[in-house]
Ligand binder design. Sequence first.
Ligand code: SAM
Length: 285
Amino acid sequence: MSGLEFNFTEADFRTLSRLALEDAGIELNEGKRTLVYSRLAKRLRSLGLRDFSEYCSLIQEHEGAQERRHFVSQLTTNVTKFYRESHHFDHLSAHAIGQIREKTRRGQPVRIWSAACSSGEEPYSIAIELAKHMTPQELSHIKILATDIDNKILASASKGIYPATALANLAPELRQRFFTETDQSGALQVSTEIRQLVTFRHLNLIKTWPVKGPFDAVFCRNVAIYFPDNIQHDLWENFSRVIAKDGFLYIGHSERITGATARRFTSKGATIYQLTDAVGARSNA
Ligand SMILES: C[S@@+](CC[C@H](N)C(=O)[O-])C[C@H]1O[C@@H](n2cnc3c(N)ncnc32)[C@H](O)[C@@H]1O
C-alpha cells in the first residue's frame, strides 16, 4: 500500500496475519488489509515507529510482549449489546431454566459460561434474565463465568458501567430494577445483585482452557466466525467436553456447529443446541 503515512508491504501483512492466527485464531484475509492498517497505524504513531516492518519486528521480540497484546486487542471486534439475539434469553428463561431450577433445589451449583463476553452486556443479560425469574435463594447457586482474550475490555466489563444509550433496548422496568445511577452523567451501573453473579477472567479460546466445567449452559456467540474451519471444529469439540449432559450451547446468528462433534448436539431452535450425546462430557447431576 503506497501513499500512506507508514510503509505497509505485502510481507508485513503476511507476518501480521500469521501472528493474529497464532495468537487469537483470527483469520485476516486480503480484504482486511485496509482495516489492519487503520487499526494499527495509531499504535505505530504512539510508539514513534517509522514503518510496519519495525512494528512486525517489535511484536516478535521478547521486549514487545506487551505490545503483542495491544496488537491482538486492536484486531478484535468488540461489538455487542444487551439482549443481543434475544431469542437465546427467551430460551434460557422458558426452557433451560427447568434444569437450572432442579439443580438449585438440590443445592447444586449452576455454572454458565459467557465465552468471548466483550464489554459484559452478554453475561449481565444472562444474569438479569435469571434474576427476573428466580428467588434470591435460587440465585445464590448461580455462577456466571465471563471470559475474553482482551484484558482492556474485561476491565471495563467488570465495572458494569454503561451509557444510558446502551440500555435503550431494555424494558424500563429492567433498567429501574437492575441498574443504579452513577456520578458520571448519563451513565448507569449494573446493580450489585447482578454483578455478584458474574466473574470476569482472561481466557483465550484457542489455547488450553484453565476451566473444566461442567457448564449447564455456554454462550459462545459471534467469535467463531473469525476463526478458520479447523479452529472452529476444535472449539465445538472442546465445548462438548465441558458442557454437562443435556446442557445448552448458544452460538451467533451466522455460526453453525461443524465437524464430527455436530452429531452430539441436538438443535433446539435457531442457533440453540443441547448436548444430548455427552461422550467425554461430565454430568453435573
Ligand atoms: C463481536 S464480540 C462478541 C461479544 C458477545 N459474545 C456477543 O455476541 O455480543 C467478539 C469478542 O471475541 C473476543 N475474542 C476474539 N478472539 C478471541 C479468542 N481467541 N479467545 C477469546 N475471546 C476472543 C473479542 O475480544 C471480542 O470481545
